[in-house]
Design a protein around this ligand. Structure first.
Ligand code: C2O
Ligand code: CU
Ligand code: CU
Length: 498
């Protein structure tokens, strides 16, 4: 079958998937017989700054012949890609669901009352329309619901979308910029399914402890798709929208990955990598050269946290056990020569910023220890038990909507030291960009270069954080683990900036 035979390729026959060993397994060996990856609808707000997203429910066919109940923004599962620019931004967030949701702009550096966090719920049938002003570097960000205690299951069911902050200068930078052709937005998720094709959210104690990982990879909400790319340099905007899975991405034929941007925007110049680690909530943009006409697969190593699953009495998910090497395919990319080849070389410079806050005056040092109560505490008895489902906390304090944990002065730069003794945790801070100055006593990894808002903490990570946006007691900013089960179970705190 012709790979680019339009949407027709999506009408894959049901026979291509069979239910075995507790999951749907693809029976298609030839990439050309698999559906072509589709991209979310693009909403370009460049002229008006206005856009509308409506949280709604619907049904999604992840596997031919099966319908799953899902939720999304403007569609049945996930949401659009919204392209925004600096200046006025007028989102209109409507809630068509029967429970409260929110739209947190993860990666936008905006004041607390525009942040869309847990203190800004949109009730069923209501509308939230903040009057925002954007002023930041071009980057890939995303948005998702953030209601305390139900973020994990609502994001799992689909309530997340993507933001591109654009300045219209990518062509001058020598970067691919044709949406869905050589500039591909890839929202990565892993999910579990039942034999009738429904999403399964297990929510067992072990899934909370380890974070909910799945045995099936979804890219933009699609299972088993193949991306068609031009015979050229292609840009991949990777968003880890998984609840808990940490990916270590690499190419199947060892071709280099050129990292061009992290969470907060472009690096000064591309950095060549073999493996790119991406924790939940992190974004990275990479360039891959397909000008030799050969396709490849984006692969991942197993989740570094998966090994801990065994220790906690949970068997590793199938994906982490597929081969002895514990690697699995995330997305095959196939060259289609009919697509316009625009960029044929990797640019030498990007002109992005490498923050240097080390010269700034550091007003305060704060330590954050990401705690997972074990033993008696974990099981709901003893000191850590009550109010600490799963025993998750930061500095011994489980999240409480009514408690302001930290107070920061507007304009300050602070040093935050984040530590963990169990599992790797992706630590995220709202309303700021930070510089990672060390990881486990060493220089930061390439993935932690540039301006960041989320970083995977293995044991100890030092950050310099700049506070440029205000947040009041009514709408404070959050800092939390972006393993959503940990966040919901209390591994979160809140702070004001004034
Ligand atoms: Cu993407 Cu507070 O989260
Ligand atoms: Cu955020
Ligand atoms: Cu965590």
């Amino acid at each position: 079958r012709n790979l680019l035979a339009g949407g027709a390729a999506l009408a894959v026959s049901g026979a291509l998937y069979a239910w075995a060993d507790g999951r749907f397994t693809s029976q298609a060996t030839d990439a050309a017989n698999r559906p072509v990856l589709q991209f979310p609808p693009l909403i370009d707000t460049v002229d008006t700054g206005k856009f509308l997203v409506t949280a709604q429910s619907g049904t999604t066919s992840f596997f031919p012949g099966h319908q799953a109940e899902t939720i999304g923004f403007n569609q049945a599962y996930l949401g659009p890609v919204v392209r925004i620019r600096n200046g006025a931004l007028r989102p209109r967030v409507e809630n068509g669901l029967s429970w409260p949701v929110s739209a947190h702009w993860h990666g936008l550096v905006v004041p607390g009352n525009h942040d869309g966090g847990p203190h800004l719920p949109v009730k069923p049938g209501e509308v939230w329309s903040p009057d925002m002003e954007i002023g930041q570097r071009p980057c890939t960000a995303f948005f998702h619901t953030h209601i305390h205690g139900r973020t994990a299951r609502d994001v799992y069911a689909g309530l997340a979308g993507v933001l591109h902050v654009a300045d219209g200068l990518d062509r001058e930078r020598g970067l691919p910029d044709t949406y869905g052709v050589d500039d591909l937005t890839l929202l990565l998720q892993d999910r579990r399914f039942s034999s009738d094709g429904q999403l399964v959210y297990a929510n067992s104690m072990m899934d909370i402890m380890h974070g909910m990982t799945g045995d099936t990879i979804l890219v933009n909400g699609q299972v088993g798709s193949v991306a068609a790319v031009p015979k050229a340099v292609v840009r991949l905007r990777l968003i880890n929208g998984s609840n808990a899975r940490i990916y270590s991405l690499f190419s199947s034929d060892d071709r280099p990955i050129h990292l061009i941007a992290t969470d907060g925007g472009y690096l000064p110049a591309p950095v060549q990598l073999e493996t790119l680690r991406l924790g939940p909530g992190e974004r990275a943009e990479i360039l891959v050269d397909f000008s030799d006409g050969h396709g490849m697969s984006l692969m991942s190593e197993g989740d570094p946290n998966a090994g801990m699953g065994g220790m906690m009495g949970r068997t590793r998910s199938l994906l982490d056990d597929i081969t002895g090497a514990r690697r699995f395919e995330v997305l095959p990319l196939v060259v289609d020569e009919r697509l316009a080849a625009k960029v044929t070389r990797i640019p030498d410079v990007l002109g992005g910023g490498q923050p240097d806050l080390t010269a700034a005056k550091v007003s305060k040092l704060r330590n954050f220890s990401l705690d997972m109560g074990m033993g008696g505490g974990m099981m709901g008895s003893g000191r850590m038990g009550r109010g600490m489902m799963g025993g998750m906390a930061i500095n011994g304090q489980p999240f409480d909507m009514r408690t302001i944990n930290e107070r920061v002065r507007l304009g300050d730069t602070e040093k935050w030291v984040i530590s963990t003794s169990m599992l790797a945790h992706p630590f995220h801070v709202h309303g700021v960009s930070f510089q990672v100055i060390s990881e486990n006593g060493r220089e930061p990894r390439p993935e932690s270069l540039g301006w960041k808002d989320t970083v995977v903490v293995d044991s100890q990570t030092e950050l310099l954080v700049q506070f440029t946006q205000p947040a009041s007691e009514e709408t404070p900013f959050m800092y939390h683990c972006h393993i959503l089960e940990h966040e919901d179970a209390g591994m979160m705190g809140q702070f004001t900036v004034s």
